[in-house]
Design a protein around this ligand. Structure first.
Ligand SMILES: Cc1cc2nc3c(=O)[nH]c(=O)nc-3n(C[C@H](O)[C@H](O)[C@H](O)COP(=O)(O)O)c2cc1C
Length: 138
């Protein structure tokens, strides 16, 4: 877990990037994806990223954490579906699971990319491992 501003900076610079087609099917992941999630490109390409979700990925938790972390940008998990339908960028915090089953907080930003025809051609997802942003219980 990062402890210093430098550690946090390094974490942000080595964030996971996921590229999906317009059907939300993953076509590429960057090299940071496997060390963080445990999933290889072979595990991931050709699927929707919702395999990272699990039993504790619930809407209430996501709303609470999103409000806590982003305040003005607070958004619920439903926002992913809504934003993808509306073809707008969205940012959420949600609990995801590594291949090992270990949970992690994912600060996820998804943005549409547009082709020359003005239509969405792909989506880019930026995942930031967020455990260190969640306040510790006092
Ligand atoms: C580029 C991209 C990256 C995504 N990354 C994640 C992710 O890291 N974790 C996650 O839980 N969902 C992620 N999603 C969202 C899911 O793939 C999916 O769109 C969402 O769960 C809604 O679809 P569903 O209703 O079929 O589950 C991502 C979507 C896109 C397009």
């Amino acid at each position: 877990m990062p402890e210093t501003a430098s550690d946090v900076g390094h974490q942000l610079c080595s964030s996971q990037v996921v590229i999906a087609d317009r059907s939300q099917i993953v076509t590429h992941v960057n090299q940071a994806f496997t060390p963080v999630t445990g999933y290889t490109p072979q595990d991931t390409v050709g699927k929707k990223c919702n395999f990272l979700q699990g039993t504790e990925t619930n809407q209430l938790a996501v709303q609470v954490i999103s409000r806590l972390l982003f305040q003005a940008h607070g958004a619920s998990f439903q926002t992913i579906r809504d934003a993808l339908k509306r073809e707008e960028p969205c940012r959420v915090a949600l609990l995801n699971y590594k291949k090992s089953g270990e949970p992690f907080w994912n600060l996820l930003t998804i943005s549409p990319l547009y082709g020359r025809d003005g239509k969405v051609s792909n989506y880019v997802g930026l995942q930031v491992l967020a455990a260190y942003l969640v306040p510790r219980a006092s």
